[in-house]
Design a protein around this ligand. Structure first.
Ligand SMILES: Cc1cc2nc3c(=O)[nH]c(=O)nc-3n(C[C@H](O)[C@H](O)[C@H](O)COP(=O)(O)O)c2cc1C
Length: 227
Protein backbone atom coordinates (compact mmCIF):
# COMPACT_ATOMS: atom_id res chain seq x y z
CA UNK A 1 0.00 0.00 0.00
CA UNK A 2 1.34 3.40 -0.98
CA UNK A 3 -0.08 6.38 0.90
CA UNK A 4 0.25 10.03 -0.06
CA UNK A 5 0.18 12.28 2.99
CA UNK A 6 -1.16 15.54 1.50
CA UNK A 7 -4.78 14.46 0.75
CA UNK A 8 -5.25 12.73 4.12
CA UNK A 9 -7.14 14.36 6.98
CA UNK A 10 -4.72 15.36 9.79
CA UNK A 11 -6.29 12.74 12.11
CA UNK A 12 -5.47 10.00 9.58
CA UNK A 13 -1.91 11.29 9.16
CA UNK A 14 -1.64 11.20 12.94
CA UNK A 15 -2.88 7.60 12.99
CA UNK A 16 -0.14 6.56 10.58
CA UNK A 17 2.72 8.62 11.97
CA UNK A 18 2.02 8.04 15.65
CA UNK A 19 1.05 4.41 15.04
CA UNK A 20 4.22 3.48 13.16
CA UNK A 21 6.86 5.67 14.80
CA UNK A 22 6.89 3.68 18.01
CA UNK A 23 7.80 3.31 20.78
CA UNK A 24 8.35 6.94 21.65
CA UNK A 25 9.93 8.28 24.85
CA UNK A 26 7.72 10.60 26.88
CA UNK A 27 8.67 14.08 28.03
CA UNK A 28 6.53 15.24 30.93
CA UNK A 29 7.15 18.93 30.34
CA UNK A 30 6.89 21.38 33.22
CA UNK A 31 6.74 25.07 32.40
CA UNK A 32 5.72 28.24 34.21
CA UNK A 33 3.56 31.08 32.88
CA UNK A 34 4.69 34.71 33.03
CA UNK A 35 2.19 35.04 35.88
CA UNK A 36 3.95 32.27 37.83
CA UNK A 37 1.47 29.42 37.29
CA UNK A 38 3.06 25.97 37.03
CA UNK A 39 1.99 23.62 34.24
CA UNK A 40 2.75 19.98 33.42
CA UNK A 41 1.84 18.01 30.29
CA UNK A 42 3.24 14.94 28.49
CA UNK A 43 4.65 15.01 24.94
CA UNK A 44 5.77 11.95 23.03
CA UNK A 45 6.73 13.91 19.92
CA UNK A 46 10.05 14.15 21.71
CA UNK A 47 13.61 13.01 21.38
CA UNK A 48 17.24 13.95 21.83
CA UNK A 49 18.92 15.38 18.72
CA UNK A 50 22.55 15.84 19.69
CA UNK A 51 25.05 16.30 22.49
CA UNK A 52 27.21 19.18 21.28
CA UNK A 53 25.24 21.26 22.09
CA UNK A 54 22.97 18.91 24.07
CA UNK A 55 19.61 19.39 22.36
CA UNK A 56 16.15 17.89 22.49
CA UNK A 57 13.05 18.55 20.37
CA UNK A 58 9.37 18.73 21.24
CA UNK A 59 6.43 18.67 18.82
CA UNK A 60 3.67 20.88 20.25
CA UNK A 61 0.25 20.65 18.57
CA UNK A 62 -3.08 22.35 19.35
CA UNK A 63 -5.72 20.76 21.60
CA UNK A 64 -7.41 17.94 19.67
CA UNK A 65 -10.97 17.75 18.34
CA UNK A 66 -12.20 15.66 21.29
CA UNK A 67 -11.18 18.35 23.78
CA UNK A 68 -13.29 21.16 25.25
CA UNK A 69 -10.31 23.29 24.22
CA UNK A 70 -10.26 22.00 20.60
CA UNK A 71 -8.04 24.09 18.32
CA UNK A 72 -6.67 26.15 21.23
CA UNK A 73 -2.98 26.67 21.92
CA UNK A 74 -1.62 24.39 24.64
CA UNK A 75 -0.48 25.99 27.89
CA UNK A 76 2.95 24.40 27.43
CA UNK A 77 3.35 26.05 24.01
CA UNK A 78 2.26 29.43 25.38
CA UNK A 79 4.58 29.22 28.39
CA UNK A 80 7.63 28.17 26.36
CA UNK A 81 6.86 30.84 23.78
CA UNK A 82 6.70 33.52 26.49
CA UNK A 83 9.50 32.43 28.81
CA UNK A 84 11.84 30.35 26.60
CA UNK A 85 12.27 27.87 29.46
CA UNK A 86 10.96 24.45 30.44
CA UNK A 87 11.91 21.19 32.14
CA UNK A 88 11.68 17.75 30.51
CA UNK A 89 10.87 15.17 33.19
CA UNK A 90 11.32 11.62 31.91
CA UNK A 91 8.60 9.09 32.68
CA UNK A 92 9.09 5.69 34.29
CA UNK A 93 6.55 3.04 35.32
CA UNK A 94 6.09 4.58 38.78
CA UNK A 95 4.83 7.92 37.42
CA UNK A 96 3.05 6.69 34.26
CA UNK A 97 -0.41 7.11 35.80
CA UNK A 98 0.44 10.58 37.11
CA UNK A 99 1.79 11.53 33.67
CA UNK A 100 -1.56 10.53 32.17
CA UNK A 101 -3.46 12.78 34.61
CA UNK A 102 -1.27 15.68 33.42
CA UNK A 103 -2.65 15.11 29.88
CA UNK A 104 -6.22 15.97 30.95
CA UNK A 105 -7.39 19.14 29.16
CA UNK A 106 -7.68 21.08 32.41
CA UNK A 107 -8.60 24.77 32.11
CA UNK A 108 -5.60 27.14 31.87
CA UNK A 109 -4.25 27.97 35.31
CA UNK A 110 -4.66 24.42 36.68
CA UNK A 111 -1.61 22.96 38.44
CA UNK A 112 -1.62 19.52 36.76
CA UNK A 113 1.27 18.18 38.84
CA UNK A 114 -0.73 18.78 42.03
CA UNK A 115 -3.79 17.10 40.47
CA UNK A 116 -1.58 14.11 39.57
CA UNK A 117 -0.08 13.86 43.08
CA UNK A 118 3.36 14.79 41.77
CA UNK A 119 5.71 17.08 43.69
CA UNK A 120 7.29 20.17 42.17
CA UNK A 121 10.71 21.43 43.26
CA UNK A 122 12.72 24.48 42.17
CA UNK A 123 15.13 24.15 39.27
CA UNK A 124 18.72 25.41 39.24
CA UNK A 125 18.75 27.61 36.14
CA UNK A 126 15.16 28.03 34.94
CA UNK A 127 12.02 29.38 36.60
CA UNK A 128 9.98 26.28 35.67
CA UNK A 129 9.88 23.64 38.41
CA UNK A 130 10.97 20.02 38.06
CA UNK A 131 9.07 16.93 39.16
CA UNK A 132 10.71 15.25 42.16
CA UNK A 133 9.29 11.76 41.39
CA UNK A 134 10.73 11.77 37.86
CA UNK A 135 13.88 9.59 37.46
CA UNK A 136 15.53 12.26 35.31
CA UNK A 137 14.64 15.94 34.91
CA UNK A 138 16.36 18.13 32.33
CA UNK A 139 16.29 21.90 32.63
CA UNK A 140 16.07 23.38 29.14
CA UNK A 141 16.31 26.72 27.41
CA UNK A 142 14.66 27.15 24.00
CA UNK A 143 17.28 27.81 21.31
CA UNK A 144 15.00 27.57 18.25
CA UNK A 145 11.34 27.15 17.33
CA UNK A 146 9.70 26.32 14.02
CA UNK A 147 6.11 27.47 13.76
CA UNK A 148 3.56 25.60 11.65
CA UNK A 149 0.18 27.26 11.06
CA UNK A 150 -1.51 28.59 14.14
CA UNK A 151 0.00 27.60 17.46
CA UNK A 152 1.80 24.42 16.29
CA UNK A 153 5.53 24.39 16.98
CA UNK A 154 8.64 22.27 16.97
CA UNK A 155 10.75 23.55 19.84
CA UNK A 156 14.47 22.87 20.08
CA UNK A 157 15.78 23.08 23.64
CA UNK A 158 19.29 23.05 25.00
CA UNK A 159 19.72 20.96 28.15
CA UNK A 160 21.37 23.10 30.83
CA UNK A 161 21.17 20.84 33.89
CA UNK A 162 20.18 17.22 34.42
CA UNK A 163 18.82 15.95 37.74
CA UNK A 164 19.29 12.17 37.96
CA UNK A 165 17.97 9.95 40.76
CA UNK A 166 21.10 8.85 42.62
CA UNK A 167 20.45 5.10 42.45
CA UNK A 168 20.29 5.22 38.64
CA UNK A 169 23.83 6.41 38.06
CA UNK A 170 27.37 5.77 39.19
CA UNK A 171 28.70 9.27 39.88
CA UNK A 172 32.36 8.73 38.96
CA UNK A 173 31.88 7.15 35.53
CA UNK A 174 28.31 8.34 34.77
CA UNK A 175 27.38 4.71 34.14
CA UNK A 176 23.61 4.24 34.06
CA UNK A 177 22.02 1.25 35.76
CA UNK A 178 19.84 0.22 32.83
CA UNK A 179 18.03 -2.47 34.80
CA UNK A 180 17.01 -0.04 37.57
CA UNK A 181 15.80 2.60 35.11
CA UNK A 182 12.26 1.67 34.03
CA UNK A 183 11.18 4.17 31.40
CA UNK A 184 7.94 3.61 29.51
CA UNK A 185 7.45 4.14 25.79
CA UNK A 186 4.31 5.29 24.06
CA UNK A 187 2.73 3.25 21.31
CA UNK A 188 -0.55 4.52 19.87
CA UNK A 189 -3.51 5.97 21.79
CA UNK A 190 -3.62 4.48 25.26
CA UNK A 191 -1.00 1.77 24.62
CA UNK A 192 2.44 1.87 26.21
CA UNK A 193 5.43 -0.45 26.53
CA UNK A 194 7.75 -1.27 29.39
CA UNK A 195 11.45 -1.52 28.57
CA UNK A 196 12.42 -4.63 30.51
CA UNK A 197 12.71 -6.98 27.51
CA UNK A 198 16.01 -5.87 26.05
CA UNK A 199 18.42 -7.50 23.65
CA UNK A 200 21.97 -6.72 22.59
CA UNK A 201 23.09 -6.00 19.05
CA UNK A 202 26.56 -4.42 19.01
CA UNK A 203 27.44 -1.85 16.36
CA UNK A 204 30.36 -3.14 14.28
CA UNK A 205 33.45 -1.71 12.68
CA UNK A 206 33.99 -2.58 9.02
CA UNK A 207 36.89 -4.88 9.95
CA UNK A 208 34.70 -6.76 12.44
CA UNK A 209 31.97 -7.09 9.86
CA UNK A 210 34.42 -8.50 7.32
CA UNK A 211 35.84 -10.91 9.87
CA UNK A 212 32.70 -12.11 11.65
CA UNK A 213 29.74 -11.13 9.45
CA UNK A 214 26.65 -9.42 10.93
CA UNK A 215 26.34 -9.37 14.72
CA UNK A 216 23.53 -11.53 16.10
CA UNK A 217 20.87 -10.60 18.64
CA UNK A 218 21.77 -11.71 22.17
CA UNK A 219 19.62 -11.69 25.27
CA UNK A 220 20.48 -8.76 27.53
CA UNK A 221 17.97 -9.35 30.25
CA UNK A 222 20.39 -9.74 33.12
CA UNK A 223 19.62 -7.87 36.34
CA UNK A 224 23.17 -6.58 36.58
CA UNK A 225 23.29 -5.17 33.06
CA UNK A 226 24.86 -1.71 32.93
CA UNK A 227 25.72 0.69 30.15
C1 LIG B 1 1.62 9.99 26.44
C2 LIG B 1 1.12 11.26 25.82
C3 LIG B 1 1.85 11.88 24.84
C4 LIG B 1 1.41 13.08 24.27
N1 LIG B 1 2.18 13.66 23.29
C5 LIG B 1 1.81 14.85 22.76
C6 LIG B 1 2.64 15.48 21.79
O1 LIG B 1 3.71 14.98 21.41
N2 LIG B 1 2.23 16.66 21.29
C7 LIG B 1 1.07 17.27 21.73
O2 LIG B 1 0.77 18.38 21.27
N3 LIG B 1 0.28 16.70 22.65
C8 LIG B 1 0.62 15.51 23.19
N4 LIG B 1 -0.17 14.91 24.15
C9 LIG B 1 -1.37 15.63 24.63
C10 LIG B 1 -1.05 16.71 25.67
O3 LIG B 1 -0.38 16.18 26.77
C11 LIG B 1 -2.37 17.32 26.15
O4 LIG B 1 -2.97 17.99 25.06
C12 LIG B 1 -2.25 18.26 27.33
O5 LIG B 1 -3.54 18.55 27.82
C13 LIG B 1 -1.58 19.58 27.00
O6 LIG B 1 -1.57 20.33 28.19
P1 LIG B 1 -1.24 21.87 28.33
O7 LIG B 1 -2.36 22.66 27.65
O8 LIG B 1 -1.20 22.06 29.81
O9 LIG B 1 0.08 22.14 27.67
C14 LIG B 1 0.20 13.68 24.70
C15 LIG B 1 -0.57 13.03 25.69
C16 LIG B 1 -0.12 11.84 26.24
C17 LIG B 1 -0.95 11.13 27.29
Amino acid sequence: MLIEMAPLAPKDRYKLIAGFIVPRPIALVTSRSMGGVDNAAPFSAFNYMGEDPPVIVLGLQVHGSGSVRAGEIKDTTKNIHETGEFVVNLVDEAIAEGMNVCAVDFPPGTDEAAAAGLTLAPSVAVAASRIVESPVAMECRRIAALEFGSFRQVVVGEILWMHVRDELIEAETLTIDAAAYRPVGRLFGSLYVRTNDRFQLPMMRYSEYLENGPARIRDADKPSERR
